[in-house]
Design a protein around this ligand. Sequence first.
Ligand SMILES: Cc1ncc(C[n+]2csc(CCOP(=O)(O)OP(=O)(O)O)c2C)c(N)n1
Ligand code: SF4
Ligand SMILES: [Mg+2]
Length: 319
Amino acid sequence: MTEKKKGKLTKVLDYLKHEDPFSKGVAFCPGCGLELLLRFIPQVLGNDIVITGTPSCSAPVLLGQNNQSWHTLSYFGTLMTGAAANATGLARYYKKAGIKNTVVCFNGDGTAADIGFGNLSGAAERNEPFIYICYDNEGYMNTGIQKSGTTPFGATTTTTPFGTASKGKNLRRMNLGLKMAMHKIPYAATATLSDLEDLAKKLLKAKEAKERGFAFLHVFAPCTTGWGYAPENTIEVCRRAVKTNYFPLWEAVNGKIRMTKTVKKPQHVSTYTELIKKFAHLNEADLQILQDDIDYECCMLGGLSVLEGECQLPVSSED
Ligand SMILES: Cc1ncc(C[n+]2csc(CCOP(=O)(O)OP(=O)(O)O)c2C)c(N)n1
Ligand code: SF4
Ligand SMILES: [Mg+2]
């Protein structure tokens, strides 16, 4: 091994230092983005993490079924309304007890962006020492594919169907990642499954940052069943989301935002939507609304990323 390569992580496999704690077969749809993400996290962060999360597509696997478990991790199931509050208690308890580990609060967009946003925001503001990961499949998938705050304009869900009275969601999505970065926490970032090295680096940075307080990852995790695309296209959907700037990759360290992947010539959003049935009914004018929203968010991100300055936060209180 050359001196340069010694101890240096040069490819994604170098980051997978721990065993996959999940059983070979798990109760996810084939091709589910969430499964890839869940298997990846402990292989990078280690199997001593404690995961806590809420009712969702992840719950049947993380909670187990009957008296059997699908994995060898520690998991604490909690309510959608109080996920980050419960994670706060766990992280504070371990800190007080002198137990060194990493609490990962792992939730869908329904909990993170909507039902459990209040206490997520509170935990971020208090700078609690844990990692919050939101896997964003843009809807309430587990209960039958209802719209959430991160469902994009035009997408069909069971509560925003396509028909005579409705043409999919007629509102724009919220930008959860930026909203969390605005809490000026030690670490906030976006990531997805087509860029695994980027994701691995961000997981490790989040682990390091949680020694100083709150770390948040917003992970784009497509849902083959709810969105209507071929299961083998999960990674391609992620790739095109990045190439069109539909889901840009960035990080904010102590509030200072920088792009981790710059797309030099972003493709039109239709190269992304053409893969996915939930957008199939959109005409040119509808697609333009979606494109304008993407352009607006990118403009905002670009503006924020040229700002100088950062803010170091004090470590959270012990009580
Ligand atoms: C307070 C509350 N409201 C509604 C529900 C019903 N419920 C269970 S799972 C779920 C969907 C969760 O969506 P998300 O967090 O995005 O996870 P996903 O199912 O997409 O993986 C809902 C609404 C609940 N458990 N608690
Ligand atoms: S419904 Fe979607 S998110 Fe849920 S397990 Fe199936 S593919 Fe995964
Ligand atoms: Mg969801």
